[in-house]
Unconditional design. Structure first.
Length: 311
């Protein structure tokens, strides 16, 4: 009787092990297939743009096209492309051969009309047109775009629109950069900001995604599609930095954020929407200052804490 019980236990254990192995193998194969499909989808889009995307959280592929051809100054400070001249297009898969897109194109005044027409004619929605800076020379405008559909067709439309400008097309993946040459203590800024910054184009970047679920036209939208606060620091020497970016806020958060910025010598330069049918309804406030980097970081952290951002 004892041997029979032991045999039964051994059989059950073996059966459970077989089920577990089969389950893990099935899950692994399904995951691999999904990853291959996603990679294949973005490969066709990559072929359109001619350079690889940045792979962001939430399965978002973002194609960055900084306006390195422009020489823009604000108050005597030349603006690096990574500070406030970064054009981009982000893609997020929402079904078979279907993708959501969002993006932002950086344009001179004479480029606005032809680019807007090319986007509209190709089925890409223009969701906003406005400034991100004040007093810049030359004057720069920003078109925000969105929509969904066949990712290759959307990419072709965006590529055609960008081709009407002097935007240089990137070649290959961007080089890795470190904080060593920025001229200030990035670790100290990370502690103040409560998050880890990244460096590209000689600029230190922080992002603070919204904490709540976001949707556009009823479709869930990863914060990495552009629905979050972005803060950029460009060193200007002697422990100072020029700052630019935008706060993503609900209506009730706008007033408190404006107050914090103004009390600390940071100028709000624009307030507007970036999307047409987002839930919750978000407003974006762009800002500018050139001051002591630690002072600015403390003020910006207080402003981020006044929003419902991921801690």
């Amino acid at each position: 009787m004892k041997n029979t019980k032991l045999s039964l236990i051994a059989s059950c254990t073996l059966a459970a092990a077989i089920i577990l192995v089969v389950s893990l193998r099935t899950t692994s194969l399904a995951q691999t297939t999904g990853d291959q499909k996603s990679a294949g989808e973005w490969k066709t889009v990559e072929d359109v743009f001619g350079f690889p995307p940045a792979n962001l959280p939430g399965g978002v592929a973002r194609f960055n096209m900084p306006r390195k051809d422009l020489h823009v100054t604000v108050g005597g400070t030349e603006v690096k492309p990574g500070l406030a001249l970064g054009a981009w297009a982000a893609f997020h898969g929402i079904g078979d051969n279907d993708a959501m897109i969002m993006g932002d194109l950086v344009l001179t005044e004479d480029e606005v009309a032809p680019v807007m027409k090319a986007l509209q004619d190709g089925g890409v929605e223009v969701t906003a047109l406005h400034n991100h800076l004040n007093g810049e020379s030359p004057k720069i405008m920003y078109i925000h775009m969105g929509g969904h559909g066949d990712p290759v067709k959307l990419a072709q439309t965006i590529k055609q629109a960008v081709g009407l400008t002097k935007t240089p097309i990137p070649r290959g993946a961007p080089a890795n950069e470190t904080a060593a040459d920025l001229g200030f203590d990035v670790d100290a800024l990370d502690k103040i900001m409560g998050r880890k910054g990244t460096v590209s184009g000689g600029v230190l970047h922080y992002s603070a995604p919204r904490a709540e679920k976001l949707t556009e036209e009823g479709m869930e939208t990863p914060p990495s599609m552009g629905a979050g606060t972005v803060i950029n620091f460009q060193p200007t020497g002697n422990g100072r930095a020029a700052i630019a970016g935008d706060f993503a806020m609900t209506g009730k958060e706008v007033g408190p954020v404006i107050n914090i910025l103004e009390e600390n010598g940071i100028q709000p330069v624009a307030l507007h929407s970036h999307a047409l049918d987002d839930v919750p309804r978000l407003f974006y406030m762009h800002f500018w200052a050139n001051d002591d980097v630690v002072k600015l970081a403390k003020a910006l952290r207080s402003a981020v804490d006044a929003t419902n951002s991921v801690k």
